[in-house]
Design a protein around this ligand. Structure first.
Ligand code: AMP
Length: 282
């Protein structure tokens, strides 16, 4: 099983595949792998000759230093999980200095207003950090296809915008959300939840499903009010936002338009851990 920690060694290794026109599938992650990550790798393995997965906790996309410090780092364990899945997967686990040299700062990006909605409002600079690392990884790996989870739907739309604006020749493929048995979207952050909170966090997906039902007969504003009021009564959770937005431009739904696709988005704190999720309203 191949594990690279330096850009140059990986680029050299991949150039031989590029020369033979083999397709490269790429799955960027921050590690602490779970079944959701593995489902992306599975898809890439099915659709490409080679699959590269990166494991890199990207400092510039964290707006909260405590969150960055507490982010789980479990490289050895992650390698074991990949080995058990498929030993042909190439792992790229660079250091911060390998990616950023001495300058650990983001480039500035504009994503036609996508960056100012939801996560962008609550995590200042987050999508500049995401753009910086994804663009850098695309330059190093030059993938044919790259796989991103709908779990981070806004990020998926932003990455699509990034590659179209910067004319990066890669197909961006969205993958459906992998959930725990109780419906909680799998996330590396779930590892930090107590057993009790992990069970209680089922309320997030249950609420999204209720919202989806209500949206059939009520306006986005009415549904939002119901969700906000529900969380006011739920003392263990602090709702950061709930929004029903147009999937394509992520603008809040003011009036339903049957020609548009909507999605409900939620961010919630439990035990000071921030969890996000979303659901298609179609
Ligand atoms: P992360 O390691 O959290 O940066 O996630 C790496 C990739 O895995 C991103 O494209 C995420 O959207 C995706 N991902 C994370 N959790 C899930 C999940 N539960 N189901 C599907 N994809 C996921």
């Amino acid at each position: 099983m191949l594990i690279f920690t330096e850009n140059e060694a990986l680029t050299t290794h991949l150039s031989s595949f590029k020369a033979t026109k083999k397709s490269i599938g790429f799955v960027p992650t921050m590690g602490a792998l779970h079944q959701g990550h593995l489902s992306l790798i599975d898809k890439s393995l099915q659709e490409n000759d080679i699959t590269v997965m990166s494991i890199f906790v990207n400092p510039t996309q964290f707006n909260n230093q405590e969150d960055l410090a507490k982010y789980p780092r479990t490289l050895e364990n992650d390698v074991e999980k990949i080995k058990a899945l498929n030993t042909s997967v190439i792992i790229f686990a660079p250091t911060v200095s390998d990616i950023y040299k001495e300058n650990v700062v983001s480039q500035k990006f504009e994503y036609d207003n996508l960056e100012h909605q939801m996560e962008g409002k609550h995590r200042e600079g987050h999508f500049n950090g995401v753009g910086t690392i994804i663009k850098r990884l695309f330059e190093i790996i030059k993938p044919s296809n790259a796989y991103f989870g709908e779990k981070d739907f806004q990020q998926l739309q932003i990455v699509k915008k990034l590659v179209s604006k910067y004319v990066i020749p890669v197909n961006i493929i969205g993958c459906s959300i992998y959930r725990e048995e109780n419906g909680l979207a799998m996330s590396s952050r779930n590892e930090r939840l107590s057993k009790q909170s992990r069970e209680k966090a089922a309320i997030i997906f249950a609420t999204l499903n209720e919202a989806k039902e209500l949206f059939k007969v009520k306006s986005a504003k009415e549904v939002t009010e119901i969700v906000v009021n529900k969380f006011k009564k739920t003392s263990d959770f602090k709702l950061e936002y709930f929004e029903i937005a147009d999937e394509s431009n992520l603008l809040t739904c003011k009036r339903k338009d049957k020609n548009k696709s909507y999605r409900a988005f939620i961010a919630v704190f439990i035990e000071d851990i921030r969890l996000i999720d979303n659901i298609s309203m179609q």
